[in-house]
Write a protein that binds this ligand. Structure first.
Ligand SMILES: Cc1cc2nc3c(=O)[nH]c(=O)nc-3n(C[C@H](O)[C@H](O)[C@H](O)COP(=O)(O)O)c2cc1C
Length: 341
């Protein structure tokens, strides 16, 4: 088992207090953050027996892209604050672990530098300035992005733990935005993000759009009606509206609503192979992992992130076998107590 507490403590020792705090924090009273940490443990498994798992594999596909693991890297801003090699180190690690990185629009590295080394998905916030938003989407497309992940839970950035800024100005500038001053009002998140934004981004880039930050059947349906090819059930790591439902509790309703049409992914507090198996059993195609990647990056650079992803994948494979499953596709709702097939 990965010792996440130890990894986090080591990162805390190495990082400046404000950077560690920015990475670690949730929003408001951190109710969601605290509950999400426990919610996956509260889901209980019931394994199958008498199955041949000799040839079991954790490999799967996400939007048709083959990955060796259902564990992907969540978009997180300003990774050069954790390590000088930042996003490039994470992209290389994800590539070598057979995973996939989602690069943040608030990245501290230009997307071209990531595109040169690894396959990736580009996360976008729709900004007040739609022109800049589209420019980032186009640049990501040119750099080889396989999909756009549009974050739909952030019409405004929520206040973080007392004493911390809502957003840490990432090294003064955000490279993804071409050294523009990100404190400029026009580069803040738009408060009027609507279906038309998802439609426009899909149309102009020709890429599949993944809507990140849905927590209900209705929200998922709205995103799919606007053309989303997939959705991510996410509380933004407990960093947006505090008090929202932890993702393992939100996931089944979203899967029931749109799982027949689009792929559903989930993030938030996923820390072990057992958690990954639970996510798949509740209907997710893959999971995304956030903060542990930052802790591994801060403490071990690219190698640290690769080892983390490989360890999580090895744990997920072991959990698959222990539950009598040969593949991610083989996992079903029967594995989760109380969840009817
Ligand atoms: C420091 C930090 C920065 C983040 N930046 C972004 C971002 O730029 N865009 C986004 O959609 N989500 C962002 N997130 C949310 C993550 O993508 C993800 O939803 C969340 O961290 C998953 O939860 P976990 O950290 O418990 O694994 C950020 C999270 C953290 C911790």
């Amino acid at each position: 088992m990965i010792d996440h507490d130890l990894l986090r403590r080591r990162a805390q020792e190495l990082l400046p207090d404000d950077v560690f705090g920015y990475f670690d924090a949730g929003s408001g009273a951190e109710v969601t953050l605290a509950r999400e940490a426990r919610a996956w443990d509260d889901v209980l498994l019931q394994p199958r027996v008498l199955r041949d798992v000799t040839a079991a594999t954790a490999a799967t596909t996400v939007l048709g892209h083959p990955v060796s693991s259902p564990v992907l890297v969540a978009p997180m801003a300003a990774q050069r604050l954790a390590h000088p090699s930042g996003e490039v180190a994470v992209a290389l690690a994800a590539r070598d672990a057979g995973s996939l990185m989602v690069i943040s629009m608030r990245s501290s590295t230009r997307v071209d530098d990531v595109g040169q080394v690894a396959p990736f998905w580009q996360q976008l916030y729709v900004l007040k300035d739609r022109g800049v938003t589209d420019e980032v989407a186009e640049r990501a497309t040119a750099a080889g992005a396989l999909a756009l992940v549009v974050t739909v839970d952030t019409p405004v950035v929520a206040a973080k733990r007392v004493g911390l800024p809502r957003t840490l100005p990432p090294l003064g500038v955000v490279q993804a935005l071409d050294d523009r001053d990100v404190t400029d009002e026009r580069l803040q998140q738009a408060r009027d993000v609507g279906p038309r934004d998802l439609e426009r981004l899909a149309e102009t880039t020709g890429l599949p759009v993944v809507a990140k930050g849905v927590l209900s059947a209705a929200a998922a349906r709205d995103c799919v009606a606007a053309g989303a090819s997939a959705v991510i059930v996410s509380t933004h790591g407990g960093r947006q509206l505090d008090g929202v439902v932890p993702t393992p509790l939100a996931l089944p309703a979203v899967v029931d609503a749109v799982g027949g049409e689009v792929e559903v992914y989930v993030d938030g507090g996923v820390r072990s192979g057992s958690h990954v198996l639970k996510a798949l059993a509740l209907g997710a195609r893959a999971v995304l992992v956030g903060r542990p990647v930052l802790w591994a990056l801060a403490t071990g650079g690219s190698d640290g992130v690769r080892v983390l992803l490989e360890d999580l994948t090895a744990e997920a494979l072991e959990a698959l076998m222990l539950s009598g499953c040969r593949s991610c596709a083989d996992v079903g709702p029967d594995l989760v107590r109380g969840r009817r097939p």
